[in-house]
Write a protein that binds this ligand. Structure first.
Ligand code: GDP
Ligand code: MG
Length: 290
């Protein structure tokens, strides 16, 4: 049997979270067109009993840290560098390849890597051939695989290549589990995703979500969560006129959470103001950014 850790790296928006979800077949990582949606390292398991267990890690996109929150995000990237058996280096086919190369070279990878060229469905003229020529002789690029994560293009081929590069071994985790993270974590992420979808400008980047209560009452799960923002003005925007916006967040998040936990839920949301939480160690810890 094959078993190992496969970590996905790349610039923000390359499609790392989309690939993870497509491979696992469940919504594990939240996705949005905005950069820096992913703040945590998310591990998700792909099991084929008797054949393989792949432990995928999605990581936040690689950026220069501007806040303590960013530093914690980059720490999680560094952690993912150390325990991988295989690295997936993801490039958006329309991106600037020199910039991607600079980032991958700076990772100083010590493990084998696969270059993944994503978004081939919308790749501009000649970009795919250009990428193949550009990355062919890079030392970190053992092989290049072209995919379209969103439309699930060539994912079976990618999976076969990944499995062929994994070490022999027994499963590390229970083969019934999908992740090492608790359901609460996925609940808070699904609420956070709706904030990315519904609000513009700085609001998503100034928000965090904290699940205070998660009680399984048999036929229904009761969840209470706080949305944390920096300022009173942001709180007013999140709530919206007569509560219209927060109701929207609730309605949309509830759909996703119910699909994920396979049960009816009752979701109660409050908005709290915590100035400068992104630079406060205690608050970062409380909101799950260790
Ligand atoms: P991440 O920051 O690397 O995790 O990127 P996301 O997975 O959040 O994806 C960023 C954006 O790219 C989202 O709007 C995705 O829907 C989009 N995207 C991801 N993969 C593809 C793809 O194969 N084709 C196209 N056209 N869009 C994609
Ligand atoms: Mg992501």
């Amino acid at each position: 049997m094959k078993a190992g850790f496969v970590n996905i790296f790349g610039k923000p928006n390359a499609g790392k979270s989309t690939l993870l979800n497509a491979l696992i077949g469940e919504k594990m990582a939240i996705v949005s067109p905005k950069v820096q949606t992913t703040r945590h390292r998310i591990k998700a398991f792909l099991n084929k009993p008797g054949e393989y267990q792949i432990i995928f890690s999605d990581t936040p996109g690689i950026i220069d840290p501007k806040y303590k929150l960013h530093q914690k995000m980059m720490d999680s990237v560094k952690g993912a560098l150390e325990d991988a058996d295989l690295a997936l280096l993801m490039v958006d086919a329309n991106d600037n390849f020199e910039e991607c190369d600079a980032i991958f070279a700076a990772l100083k990878l010590k493990v084998p890597a696969l270059l993944i060229l994503n978004k081939i469905d919308i790749a501009g003229n000649g970009k795919i051939a250009e990428a193949e020529a550009f990355f062919a002789n890079k030392s970190y690029c053992k092989q290049l695989v072209k995919i379209g994560a969103l439309q699930k293009l060539h994912l079976n081929k990618l999976l076969a290549v990944i499995v062929s590069m994994l070490p022999e071994g027994l499963p590390f985790y229970n083969e019934d589990d999908l992740s090492d993270l608790p359901t609460r974590f996925f609940v808070s992420e699904m609420i956070r995703e709706k904030i990315y979808e519904l609000f513009a400008d700085e609001i998503p980047y100034h928000s965090a979500v904290l699940v205070n209560e998660y009680k399984d009452k048999g036929n229904i799960i009761k969840i209470q969560a706080d949305i944390i923002v920096h300022r009173e003005t942001q709180k007013a925007i999140i709530i919206g006129e007569k509560g219209t916006m927060i109701r929207q967040i609730g309605i949309q998040a509830r759909k996703d959470i119910e699909a994920f936990v396979q049960k009816k839920i009752f979701l109660e949301l409050f908005v709290k103001v915590r100035p400068k939480w992104r630079d406060n160690d205690l608050q970062l810890k409380e909101y799950g950014y260790q």
